[in-house]
Unconditional design. Structure first.
Lengths: 176, 176
DNA sequence: TGCTCCATGTAACACGTTACATGATTGC
DNA sequence: GCAATCATGTAACGTGTTACATGGAGCA
């Protein structure tokens, strides 16, 4: 599983506490990997036991239990190993397409309201991604390698939302 | 969970045994919902207990344990209920984008071989989908509602593979 | 004082994966 | 007779989800 690797990447970007990671998994990294705080704490415990990360009481901990984790060389090595490993590329499960297939086999179902909502959702996401692009990459020239890659990730989101919106229109026609 | 609904749809398309379902989940319906035979048998058992489906010894069972399941009215009702229910639309987890993000934060990683393989994979899938389209929908006129919807599902796959291929090219440029 | 947010955890359960077991049928 | 395939299942384990518990900090 890649939960641990998602956490290693987040911690390389910025050493953090479990709670801070949980918040980031609802935002940036959450765009392609989601996690609940329970999964995060469980995995942080395992990774610390494995020597991949190290946690220390945070500077601003006061009397709280707040601990900040950072990646150790073994964790960096594990991330490099995993990245080079050939992947499986299973198709993700998609409940909406399943519903469309249900509508194909059950004539009495009218999926048009759902399809409309689906299109609206992806239009909203597209707008969100485009706003991030404008904010983070106003200039296209002179980006560092890191920024070029970050921007490519964002472009993937944008491209896919456009696909979804166009497809939703095709679908709505088929549902008439 | 939608595992049970995926099975109901498959059984509406064609009453089947668990083994036949397992095979179909490696093909057609497997394009957007995968399952192992253990999940399938477990779920068939539950659905029969719930009165959604009914299993009977197959005509061609001989002395084997082969049982063919069909959907009961309660199962049809459940499928209709689920289809109309508002969905969550969580973003799917995507290990490859995670690897790209790892490459952004670890300069020493060269992800170009992986990115090349990724592009090749999606080119192969695109070819596969296009072959199915040619085979199943040679004529665009006069399709039934059911066929129009089936074709729309296929178009989604095609559209997405094109997206992936184009994106992989963007990514390869960013990785230079 | 009470409310909200920060921060970490336990417990129980559902879901998913892998390995293994069993036995009938089909074709060589 | 043997191997491959059809067909169904158990067991063990790991992952993911939900509910609940605990306590500090900041603020009105």
């Amino acid at each position: 599983m890649s939960m641990s690797h998602a956490l290693l990447i987040s911690l390389l970007e910025k050493p953090s506490s479990g709670f801070e990671l949980a918040r980031r998994f609802e935002r940036s990294i959450g765009y392609f990997w989601h996690a609940t705080h329970q999964q995060i704490y469980r995995e942080l415990g395992r990774m610390e036991a494995a020597g991949w990360i190290e946690g220390q009481a945070a500077d601003d901990a006061g009397r709280t239990r707040k601990r900040v984790y950072q990646v150790l060389p073994a964790g960096r090595g594990e991330l490099a190993r995993w990245t080079a490993e050939p992947a499986e590329h299973l198709l993700p499960r998609d409940a909406f397409t399943l519903k469309v297939r249900a509508a194909a086999v059950m004539e009495e179902l009218d999926l048009r309201p759902e399809a409309q909502a689906y299109m609206a959702l992806h239009q909203a996401r597209l707008a969100e991604y485009q706003a991030i692009e404008q904010r983070d990459f106003p200039e296209l020239e002179g980006l560092s390698r890191r920024d070029r890659i970050q921007r490519a990730i964002l472009q993937r989101g944008i491209r896919f939302e456009v696909c979804e919106i166009e497809w939703a229109q095709t679908l709505l026609q088929a549902l008439e």
